[in-house]
Ligand binder design. Structure first.
Ligand code: NAP
Length: 277
Protein backbone atom coordinates (compact mmCIF):
# COMPACT_ATOMS: atom_id res chain seq x y z
CA UNK A 1 0.00 0.00 0.00
CA UNK A 2 1.44 3.40 -0.95
CA UNK A 3 0.34 6.44 1.05
CA UNK A 4 0.23 9.67 -0.96
CA UNK A 5 -1.37 13.11 -0.80
CA UNK A 6 -4.78 11.71 -1.78
CA UNK A 7 -4.92 8.96 0.84
CA UNK A 8 -8.06 9.04 3.03
CA UNK A 9 -7.27 8.49 6.68
CA UNK A 10 -9.22 6.41 9.21
CA UNK A 11 -8.16 6.34 12.87
CA UNK A 12 -9.12 3.74 15.47
CA UNK A 13 -9.20 5.31 18.93
CA UNK A 14 -8.75 3.02 21.93
CA UNK A 15 -6.96 2.50 25.24
CA UNK A 16 -5.41 -0.08 25.39
CA UNK A 17 -4.85 -0.48 21.66
CA UNK A 18 -2.44 -3.36 21.01
CA UNK A 19 -5.25 -5.94 20.68
CA UNK A 20 -7.30 -4.16 17.97
CA UNK A 21 -7.72 -5.99 14.67
CA UNK A 22 -9.57 -3.32 12.66
CA UNK A 23 -6.40 -1.87 11.01
CA UNK A 24 -5.33 -5.28 9.66
CA UNK A 25 -8.83 -6.13 8.36
CA UNK A 26 -9.57 -2.65 6.99
CA UNK A 27 -6.20 -2.18 5.28
CA UNK A 28 -6.33 -5.64 3.68
CA UNK A 29 -9.84 -4.95 2.38
CA UNK A 30 -8.95 -1.47 1.07
CA UNK A 31 -5.75 -2.67 -0.61
CA UNK A 32 -7.58 -5.70 -2.05
CA UNK A 33 -10.04 -3.39 -3.80
CA UNK A 34 -7.44 -0.80 -4.87
CA UNK A 35 -8.91 1.95 -2.65
CA UNK A 36 -6.63 4.75 -1.43
CA UNK A 37 -7.43 4.73 2.31
CA UNK A 38 -5.52 3.61 5.36
CA UNK A 39 -6.49 2.84 8.95
CA UNK A 40 -4.04 3.66 11.76
CA UNK A 41 -4.25 3.08 15.53
CA UNK A 42 -4.56 6.16 17.78
CA UNK A 43 -3.70 5.26 21.38
CA UNK A 44 -5.51 7.90 23.42
CA UNK A 45 -6.63 7.73 27.07
CA UNK A 46 -9.85 9.26 28.40
CA UNK A 47 -8.26 12.57 29.56
CA UNK A 48 -6.88 13.25 26.05
CA UNK A 49 -10.08 12.37 24.14
CA UNK A 50 -11.56 15.92 24.03
CA UNK A 51 -8.26 17.36 22.74
CA UNK A 52 -8.00 14.65 20.06
CA UNK A 53 -11.52 15.33 18.77
CA UNK A 54 -11.04 19.10 18.87
CA UNK A 55 -7.75 18.78 17.00
CA UNK A 56 -9.10 16.49 14.28
CA UNK A 57 -12.30 18.49 13.70
CA UNK A 58 -12.22 19.74 10.12
CA UNK A 59 -9.19 17.65 9.06
CA UNK A 60 -10.05 17.33 5.38
CA UNK A 61 -8.44 13.98 4.57
CA UNK A 62 -9.82 12.26 7.68
CA UNK A 63 -12.57 9.89 6.49
CA UNK A 64 -13.58 9.11 10.07
CA UNK A 65 -12.75 7.51 13.39
CA UNK A 66 -13.57 4.03 14.68
CA UNK A 67 -14.07 4.26 18.46
CA UNK A 68 -13.73 1.42 20.92
CA UNK A 69 -13.09 0.68 24.60
CA UNK A 70 -13.27 2.84 26.73
CA UNK A 71 -14.53 5.75 24.61
CA UNK A 72 -17.81 4.57 23.00
CA UNK A 73 -20.06 6.34 25.49
CA UNK A 74 -17.82 9.37 26.12
CA UNK A 75 -17.76 10.41 22.43
CA UNK A 76 -21.54 10.89 22.39
CA UNK A 77 -21.17 14.20 24.29
CA UNK A 78 -18.87 15.46 21.48
CA UNK A 79 -21.37 14.71 18.68
CA UNK A 80 -23.73 17.29 17.20
CA UNK A 81 -25.71 14.49 15.54
CA UNK A 82 -26.30 10.79 16.27
CA UNK A 83 -27.76 8.05 14.09
CA UNK A 84 -30.89 6.34 15.50
CA UNK A 85 -28.81 3.31 16.59
CA UNK A 86 -26.24 5.45 18.43
CA UNK A 87 -29.00 7.46 20.10
CA UNK A 88 -30.87 4.33 21.21
CA UNK A 89 -27.76 2.63 22.55
CA UNK A 90 -26.24 5.80 24.05
CA UNK A 91 -22.86 4.97 22.51
CA UNK A 92 -21.08 5.51 19.18
CA UNK A 93 -18.39 3.33 17.60
CA UNK A 94 -17.88 5.45 14.46
CA UNK A 95 -17.52 9.23 14.03
CA UNK A 96 -17.27 11.37 10.92
CA UNK A 97 -16.85 15.13 10.68
CA UNK A 98 -19.67 17.01 8.90
CA UNK A 99 -17.89 20.08 7.54
CA UNK A 100 -21.07 21.82 6.37
CA UNK A 101 -22.68 21.68 9.82
CA UNK A 102 -19.42 21.88 11.74
CA UNK A 103 -19.99 18.90 14.02
CA UNK A 104 -19.17 15.23 14.59
CA UNK A 105 -21.79 12.66 13.54
CA UNK A 106 -21.79 9.51 15.70
CA UNK A 107 -23.04 6.10 14.59
CA UNK A 108 -23.26 2.67 16.20
CA UNK A 109 -22.63 -0.19 13.75
CA UNK A 110 -22.29 -3.10 16.21
CA UNK A 111 -25.83 -4.27 15.47
CA UNK A 112 -25.61 -3.76 11.69
CA UNK A 113 -22.30 -5.64 11.76
CA UNK A 114 -23.86 -8.54 13.61
CA UNK A 115 -26.74 -8.81 11.11
CA UNK A 116 -24.38 -8.38 8.11
CA UNK A 117 -22.17 -11.16 9.51
CA UNK A 118 -25.20 -13.45 9.70
CA UNK A 119 -26.28 -12.62 6.15
CA UNK A 120 -22.74 -13.18 4.89
CA UNK A 121 -23.07 -16.78 6.20
CA UNK A 122 -26.54 -17.18 4.65
CA UNK A 123 -28.64 -16.71 7.83
CA UNK A 124 -31.78 -14.54 7.75
CA UNK A 125 -33.84 -13.50 10.79
CA UNK A 126 -37.22 -12.68 9.23
CA UNK A 127 -39.97 -14.75 10.87
CA UNK A 128 -37.56 -16.32 13.40
CA UNK A 129 -38.01 -16.50 17.16
CA UNK A 130 -34.88 -14.91 18.62
CA UNK A 131 -33.55 -15.03 22.21
CA UNK A 132 -30.93 -12.35 22.93
CA UNK A 133 -28.83 -12.68 26.09
CA UNK A 134 -27.20 -9.46 27.30
CA UNK A 135 -28.56 -5.90 27.35
CA UNK A 136 -25.28 -3.97 27.62
CA UNK A 137 -23.95 -1.78 24.80
CA UNK A 138 -23.53 -4.62 22.30
CA UNK A 139 -26.82 -6.27 23.33
CA UNK A 140 -28.87 -3.09 22.80
CA UNK A 141 -27.25 -2.45 19.40
CA UNK A 142 -27.90 -6.05 18.33
CA UNK A 143 -31.50 -5.90 19.61
CA UNK A 144 -32.26 -2.83 17.48
CA UNK A 145 -30.66 -4.33 14.36
CA UNK A 146 -32.28 -7.76 14.83
CA UNK A 147 -35.67 -6.10 15.39
CA UNK A 148 -35.41 -4.31 12.04
CA UNK A 149 -35.09 -7.73 10.33
CA UNK A 150 -38.72 -8.52 11.31
CA UNK A 151 -38.29 -11.58 13.54
CA UNK A 152 -41.50 -13.34 14.66
CA UNK A 153 -40.43 -12.56 18.23
CA UNK A 154 -37.44 -10.97 19.99
CA UNK A 155 -36.92 -11.82 23.67
CA UNK A 156 -34.35 -9.94 25.77
CA UNK A 157 -32.69 -11.46 28.80
CA UNK A 158 -30.06 -9.91 31.08
CA UNK A 159 -28.47 -11.08 34.33
CA UNK A 160 -29.93 -8.01 36.01
CA UNK A 161 -33.43 -7.99 34.53
CA UNK A 162 -33.90 -4.28 35.34
CA UNK A 163 -31.33 -3.59 32.60
CA UNK A 164 -33.28 -5.79 30.16
CA UNK A 165 -36.47 -3.85 31.00
CA UNK A 166 -34.61 -0.56 30.48
CA UNK A 167 -33.34 -1.78 27.08
CA UNK A 168 -36.87 -2.88 26.15
CA UNK A 169 -38.26 0.55 27.07
CA UNK A 170 -35.67 2.24 24.82
CA UNK A 171 -35.85 -0.12 21.86
CA UNK A 172 -39.48 -1.27 21.56
CA UNK A 173 -40.84 2.18 20.51
CA UNK A 174 -38.30 2.22 17.65
CA UNK A 175 -39.53 -1.18 16.41
CA UNK A 176 -43.24 -0.72 15.66
CA UNK A 177 -44.98 -3.98 14.74
CA UNK A 178 -42.23 -6.19 16.20
CA UNK A 179 -43.06 -8.46 19.16
CA UNK A 180 -40.33 -7.58 21.70
CA UNK A 181 -40.43 -8.60 25.37
CA UNK A 182 -38.16 -9.65 28.21
CA UNK A 183 -37.90 -13.31 29.21
CA UNK A 184 -35.92 -16.15 30.78
CA UNK A 185 -32.55 -17.56 29.70
CA UNK A 186 -34.11 -20.70 28.21
CA UNK A 187 -33.60 -21.58 24.54
CA UNK A 188 -36.63 -23.91 24.34
CA UNK A 189 -38.88 -22.86 21.46
CA UNK A 190 -36.42 -20.40 19.86
CA UNK A 191 -34.85 -20.62 16.38
CA UNK A 192 -31.94 -18.30 17.15
CA UNK A 193 -29.97 -17.71 20.38
CA UNK A 194 -27.48 -14.82 20.62
CA UNK A 195 -24.93 -14.27 23.39
CA UNK A 196 -24.12 -10.57 23.79
CA UNK A 197 -23.03 -10.88 27.43
CA UNK A 198 -19.38 -10.76 28.45
CA UNK A 199 -19.60 -14.46 29.47
CA UNK A 200 -17.08 -16.38 27.39
CA UNK A 201 -14.40 -13.69 27.41
CA UNK A 202 -12.46 -15.47 30.18
CA UNK A 203 -11.15 -19.02 30.29
CA UNK A 204 -13.56 -21.23 32.20
CA UNK A 205 -16.59 -18.92 31.78
CA UNK A 206 -19.84 -20.92 31.72
CA UNK A 207 -22.42 -20.62 28.92
CA UNK A 208 -24.95 -17.79 29.52
CA UNK A 209 -27.93 -20.22 29.64
CA UNK A 210 -28.57 -23.90 30.53
CA UNK A 211 -27.16 -25.68 27.47
CA UNK A 212 -29.61 -28.58 27.77
CA UNK A 213 -32.21 -26.19 26.30
CA UNK A 214 -30.27 -26.05 22.98
CA UNK A 215 -31.63 -28.23 20.14
CA UNK A 216 -30.27 -29.53 16.81
CA UNK A 217 -30.85 -27.06 13.97
CA UNK A 218 -30.97 -23.96 16.21
CA UNK A 219 -28.68 -21.10 15.20
CA UNK A 220 -26.46 -20.22 18.19
CA UNK A 221 -24.51 -16.95 17.82
CA UNK A 222 -21.71 -15.31 19.78
CA UNK A 223 -20.65 -11.67 20.05
CA UNK A 224 -17.64 -12.77 22.10
CA UNK A 225 -14.67 -13.22 19.77
CA UNK A 226 -13.49 -16.57 21.16
CA UNK A 227 -14.49 -20.19 20.97
CA UNK A 228 -16.80 -20.27 24.01
CA UNK A 229 -18.59 -22.89 26.13
CA UNK A 230 -21.81 -21.85 24.35
CA UNK A 231 -20.40 -22.50 20.87
CA UNK A 232 -18.94 -25.84 22.01
CA UNK A 233 -22.31 -26.89 23.46
CA UNK A 234 -24.08 -25.81 20.26
CA UNK A 235 -21.78 -27.93 18.10
CA UNK A 236 -22.09 -30.89 20.49
CA UNK A 237 -25.89 -30.95 20.23
CA UNK A 238 -26.09 -30.46 16.45
CA UNK A 239 -26.99 -26.75 16.50
CA UNK A 240 -25.32 -24.27 14.11
CA UNK A 241 -22.49 -22.33 15.82
CA UNK A 242 -21.92 -18.75 14.54
CA UNK A 243 -18.69 -17.15 15.85
CA UNK A 244 -18.27 -13.58 17.19
CA UNK A 245 -15.62 -12.86 14.57
CA UNK A 246 -18.36 -12.65 11.90
CA UNK A 247 -19.80 -9.58 13.70
CA UNK A 248 -16.53 -7.68 13.26
CA UNK A 249 -16.10 -8.87 9.66
CA UNK A 250 -19.68 -7.76 8.98
CA UNK A 251 -18.93 -4.23 10.21
CA UNK A 252 -16.17 -3.43 7.72
CA UNK A 253 -18.40 -2.57 4.78
CA UNK A 254 -20.82 -0.70 7.07
CA UNK A 255 -17.92 1.34 8.54
CA UNK A 256 -16.61 2.17 5.06
CA UNK A 257 -20.10 3.26 3.94
CA UNK A 258 -20.45 5.50 7.02
CA UNK A 259 -17.13 7.16 6.09
CA UNK A 260 -18.11 7.55 2.40
CA UNK A 261 -15.53 5.01 1.19
CA UNK A 262 -16.58 2.80 -1.72
CA UNK A 263 -15.69 -0.60 -0.24
CA UNK A 264 -17.74 -3.34 -1.90
CA UNK A 265 -19.26 -5.97 0.40
CA UNK A 266 -18.43 -8.66 -2.15
CA UNK A 267 -16.06 -8.54 -5.05
CA UNK A 268 -17.22 -9.35 -8.56
CA UNK A 269 -17.74 -13.12 -8.73
CA UNK A 270 -19.00 -13.25 -5.12
CA UNK A 271 -15.66 -13.56 -3.32
CA UNK A 272 -15.73 -12.10 0.20
CA UNK A 273 -13.87 -8.77 0.52
CA UNK A 274 -11.58 -10.17 3.19
CA UNK A 275 -10.20 -13.70 3.01
CA UNK A 276 -11.44 -15.68 6.00
CA UNK A 277 -8.74 -17.51 7.96
N1 NAP B 1 -17.71 -9.22 17.85
C1 NAP B 1 -17.76 -7.91 17.91
O1 NAP B 1 -17.52 -7.20 16.91
C2 NAP B 1 -18.14 -7.26 19.23
C3 NAP B 1 -18.47 -5.89 19.27
C4 NAP B 1 -18.85 -5.32 20.51
C5 NAP B 1 -18.87 -6.14 21.67
N2 NAP B 1 -18.54 -7.46 21.57
C6 NAP B 1 -18.57 -8.33 22.75
O2 NAP B 1 -19.87 -8.32 23.33
C7 NAP B 1 -19.78 -8.54 24.74
C8 NAP B 1 -20.57 -7.48 25.50
O3 NAP B 1 -19.96 -6.20 25.26
P1 NAP B 1 -20.67 -4.84 25.73
O4 NAP B 1 -19.95 -3.73 25.07
O5 NAP B 1 -22.14 -4.96 25.58
O6 NAP B 1 -20.33 -4.84 27.32
P2 NAP B 1 -21.18 -4.18 28.49
O7 NAP B 1 -21.96 -2.99 28.02
O8 NAP B 1 -20.23 -4.01 29.61
O9 NAP B 1 -22.28 -5.31 28.89
C9 NAP B 1 -21.85 -6.52 29.47
C10 NAP B 1 -23.01 -7.52 29.45
O10 NAP B 1 -22.53 -8.79 29.94
C11 NAP B 1 -23.33 -9.18 31.08
N3 NAP B 1 -22.50 -9.93 32.00
C12 NAP B 1 -21.28 -9.61 32.45
N4 NAP B 1 -20.82 -10.56 33.28
C13 NAP B 1 -21.80 -11.50 33.36
C14 NAP B 1 -21.93 -12.73 34.07
N5 NAP B 1 -20.96 -13.17 34.88
N6 NAP B 1 -23.08 -13.44 33.91
C15 NAP B 1 -24.06 -13.00 33.10
N7 NAP B 1 -23.99 -11.84 32.41
C16 NAP B 1 -22.88 -11.11 32.54
C17 NAP B 1 -23.85 -7.88 31.66
O11 NAP B 1 -24.96 -8.14 32.48
P3 NAP B 1 -25.31 -7.15 33.73
O12 NAP B 1 -26.03 -5.97 33.13
O13 NAP B 1 -26.18 -7.96 34.62
O14 NAP B 1 -24.00 -6.76 34.37
C18 NAP B 1 -24.19 -7.13 30.35
O15 NAP B 1 -25.36 -7.66 29.77
C19 NAP B 1 -18.28 -8.52 25.08
O16 NAP B 1 -17.86 -9.86 25.18
C20 NAP B 1 -17.65 -7.86 23.88
O17 NAP B 1 -16.34 -8.32 23.66
C21 NAP B 1 -18.19 -8.03 20.38
Amino acid sequence: MEIDGNTRLVGIVADPIAHVRTPQLFNAAMAGQGLNAVCVPLHVGAPQLPALLAGLAGCQNLAGLVVTIPHKEAVVAHCGELTPAARLVGAANVLRWDGARGHWVGGNLDGDGFVAGLKERGHGLAGKRVLLLGAGGAGKAIAYAVGREHPAELVLHNRSMARAEEALARIAPALPGVAVRTGAADAAGFDVVINATALGLRDGDPAPLPVDSLRPGMLVCEAVMRDTALLAAARACGALAHAGQHMLDGQLAAIARFFGLALQERLAGGAPMVEKA
